[in-house]
Design a protein around this ligand. Structure first.
Ligand code: CA2
Length: 151
């Protein structure tokens, strides 16, 4: 049976590739989604994509994953740093989630160095640009297929 993964992107990531290329690179969200789709084919994994600038829509999307998908690849963007609602939604659905960030949040402003969502995720990949998503998908599919999670 094939694996199904929901890729969820938070606020302002729809603007990727249009501004701040020094931090976030030149790739657009469509480019990232295309690269993920190609890797998904290689891994035998079907992907669905969602992006929203609204916290409640992200919560609704995460809740809607229950019973429908096997894993969540999540870039909560700025909500990473303060959204207990998104954290609670990830914890509530009980589906393995991997958090990804384009930039290395641990090298940036103090407020970006904390993630309130990472503790309810299986792992976090930061700082590799588009590759953060690709590495995150590989790790997530491994966990879905039964690879041990390292605590
Ligand atoms: O590095 C990441 O992936 C972030 O999640 C990106 C978020 C930021 O708030 C997080 O701290 C780290 C912001 C995405 C904003 O993207 C823009 C893209 C183009 C122009 C302006 C913002």
């Amino acid at each position: 049976m094939g694996v199904k993964v929901k890729v969820i992107n938070g606020p302002n990531l729809n603007l990727l590739g249009t501004r701040e290329p020094d931090i976030y690179g030149k790739d657009t969200l469509a480019d990232i989604e295309a690269a993920l789709t190609a890797l998904g084919k290689e891994l035998g994994c079907e992907l669905e994509f969602f992006q929203s600038n609204h916290e409640g829509e992200l919560v609704d999307c995460i809740q809607g994953c229950r019973g429908r998908v096997d894993g969540i690849l999540l870039n909560p963007a700025a909500y990473t740093h303060y959204s207990y609602a998104i954290r609670d939604a990830v914890a509530a659905v009980g589906i393995p989630a991997v958090e990804v960030h384009i930039s290395n949040i641990h090298q940036r402003e103090a407020f970006r160095q904390q993630s309130v969502t990472a503790p309810v995720c299986c792992g976090q990949v930061v700082g590799f640009g588009v590759d953060s998503y690709l590495l995150g998908l590989r790790g997530l599919v491994g966990i879905i297929r039964g690879r041990k999670q390292h605590l």
